[in-house]
Design a protein around this ligand. Structure first.
Ligand code: SAM
Length: 272
């Protein structure tokens, strides 16, 4: 069990446990025990770094550079992919996550790529308790925001992100195209993000309040994630309500009009 960073206790779980009725598990706190060591170790198999770098290209670097941004807070560091890419591109990066397992893995990955990650163990809902300072940009990528199940938690997290940004800061937040999954069923070529070709990632249950995904690995192991299926316009509305004045949404890294049914959306939300 992983307890809060303030208690300084960290003993990793080895098995995921959703209890007798997995589709009833719809809690914002669940992510900590979902990212157990076995799953985290496999995460980079799922998110193949080389193919991912190829498919994303310079998208995030270009968005940040075009707006003259230099300091970046990665609030969903995960295993460190974006933190490492941005450090290597010359940005000043701080790497936060609520999962100690993820941060430990991210730090190791950073060392293997010759960079030292400045990691911060922080939950988004209380971000400014642990993260001090104001940033030019916050990134929340890899379909992470989907882990919040309560609307109050989403509003609270966005308020914390907003407060941690400078007066002209930007938030870059992405999400799976859940509208398409909810309205037409699941179909994807795994072109973006889930690039590991050895791993099958697909939903095993979908309703308006839950998308439960299963990840099957070549060694026969299986892991799950319970996520809230965020609709695109709902997220845009939340960003507006949080105070962001300009929101541009991309579909699979293209202008929305150019990509009819993307796998992922990226929202770039600007304070000013
Ligand atoms: N950004 C990484 C990537 O693209 O590979 C990781 C994505 S992973 C799907 C989601 C990450 O969000 C996990 O590392 C998880 O621990 C983190 N996370 C989920 N809910 C969180 C919360 N409430 N506070 C902080 N981190 C959270």
């Amino acid at each position: 069990m992983i307890e809060s960073s303030t208690k300084g206790v960290f003993a990793p779980e080895t098995l995921q446990d959703y209890g007798a009725d997995p589709v009833a598990v719809r809690e914002s706190d669940k992510y900590v025990s979902e990212y157990i060591r076995g799953f985290v170790d496999k995460w980079d198999e799922l998110i193949d770094w080389n193919s991912r770098a190829e498919s994303e290209g310079r998208f995030f670097i270009d968005v940040l550079k075009a707006r003259g941004k230099e300091t970046v807070l990665d609030v969903a560091t995960g295993t460190g992919f974006h933190s490492v890419q941005l450090l290597k591109a010359g940005f000043s990066v701080f790497s936060a996550d609520g999962s100690a397992e993820m941060l430990a893995k991210a730090f190791d990955n950073g060392m293997r790529h010759d960079v030292v990650l400045k990691t911060i163990h922080a939950d988004w809902r209380w971000l400014n308790k642990d993260v001090h300072g104001k940033f030019d940009a916050i990134i929340c990528l890899g379909n992470s925001f989907t882990h919040l199940f309560e609307e109050a938690d989403r509003r609270r997290a966005l308020a914390e992100f907003y407060a941690a940004l400078k007066h002209d800061g930007i938030l870059i937040i992405d999400q799976r195209n859940y509208d398409s999954i909810l309205d037409h069923g699941f179909s994807t070529q795994h072109k973006y993000y889930y690039c590991g070709d050895q791993v099958v990632a697909e939903p095993v249950h979908v309703d308006e309040g839950l998308a439960r995904f299963e990840y099957r690995f070549p060694d026969g192991s299986k892991h799950n994630l319970n996520m809230f299926p965020l609709r695109k316009n709902y997220v845009r509305g939340l960003l507006e309500d949080a105070g962001f004045r300009k929101i541009k949404t991309y579909g699979d890294f293209q202008d929305e009009a150019e990509e009819a049914n993307p796998d992922f959306f990226v929202h770039v939300a600007e304070k000013n």
